[in-house]
Write a protein of this length. Sequence first.
Lengths: 286, 264
Amino acid sequence: MITDEKFENIIDSTHKIRLIPIFKEIIKYHELIYIFVKKDFKILYKQTILGPLLYIIQPIILAFTFTMVFNRIGEVDTGGVPGFLYNLIGITFWNYFATSFMANTETFQKAAQVYGKVYFPRIILIVSNFITYLIRFVIQLAVVVLCIFFYKIKGYNITIPYTAFFIIIPLLMLGLFSIGIGMITTTIISKYKDLVALLPLFVQFLMFISAVIYPISALDTKMSHYFWIIKYNPIAYVIETARCLMINNANIPYKGLIYSIVINIIIFIIGFIVFHKKEKNYIDSI
Amino acid sequence: MSKQIILKAENISKRYKLGEIGFGSMAEDLNSAWYKLIGKSYSNHKVDIPYDPTNKEFWALKNINLEIEKGDIVGVLGANGAGKSTLLKIISRLTTPTTGCIKYNGHISSILEVGTGFNQELTGRENIFLNGSILGMKKKEIVSKFDEIVDFSETGKFIDTPLKRYSSGMYVRLAFSIAAHLNSEILIIDEALAVGDAAFHERAIEKIKSVSKNEGRTVLFVSHNIDLIKGLCKSGILLKKGELRSDGHIDETIKDYLKISSQI
């Protein structure tokens, strides 16, 4: 006699998005997320000289280079803020977006290589990336705070205002951007592999039009022909807002920020849908 | 005693597209679309096989219906290309069926290939926890099984060495040991034992038997070794060119398998 016709799990061909089961799965796999995050940091210490110091050195050297090129040779107006500090803040926030984005674009490719023969919801990789890069950001933010104190001691009139607490908003927005665009990119790349080579170029281009090392207003006057590139770039407003919150050097571009939030949500929804559609059988097309 | 069905497949089919996938670059895809539009065949198709627009599909599985009982060791038989791996891939949730659905209870863990889900940079210890979590286990459960896993795989001394330094034998022993000891109700093993030596092979077979008998877990076992399957399995599944040819007692499945093999 056969009993128990009820089954807990069903595998079928539907691509319907059921939000609650997805959310439940993320909760269920929380220990895997923890292990992935721990793994990302452990690998950092293996066969390296610098280990986590790399995260501190990288933005400092980059900020130094940009200061030389754009503030000494070129003359970007940072509004009385030391060029190095100005650039360091921009780079720190930008780095968070760029590294998290690049990691998310690898999701399907990495999943196929390393975890190709075991099942777990691939969105777990994205969630763990989100946490990993948030922790890295906090480490880099500490450098920024130290740098602000350094300039204060040197006699510059810079204080961290109480608004600095709200950097959590631009931070989450950058994270959401990196997930949304990353999900779309990893889906496209799982079919068109040659686009991988274009990605670093794309990220670099995006950086220069994202107000990382200059205020948005500077371009309005200096090169008004190309201003539309920055005007419609949602990431530029987020970076500018983050900097305003950190050192209170200008007014927050509220209009641009709202525009940015809308675009962000739209990209995230599109990314989530295409990712979810591809997730179940990406292995067949990779 | 009543029998419980732990896994049920209804009307499973899997279609693969020939040619279209595997192009890879957008330029080629656009080219192909353009040629389709103007009604000519795309030149790339002519290289190895004659391009036939009516025959772009390949059905790796056709209408498979299955019921697997709890606690059984099921031998999966079939020649190369019969669809065994595709079926197991679908059951392991690595790809979706084109039609039909599979219903099951509990967790499924599978060794479809040696060292699945391992990270080369991490140590054996870390990989045990990684693998356990991938199967959805709690840390506590993994800790309680940890010593057993290490003992069985005989990797005691090397457990804190990165996996990339392991020999292929150690690798497969650890992979099997993890899958066999973690709490999954359904275990899928696909020729993963081929790399281990004779002694480990024997212990692995004993372990599979005890897993089924003492713990009531279900095992799907793929092998081309008839003697092994005969000694191990109670029931069997035979696939031929994507179709289910027989499904029942292992002796009859093997008889059918040998009959089909001798025909070719």
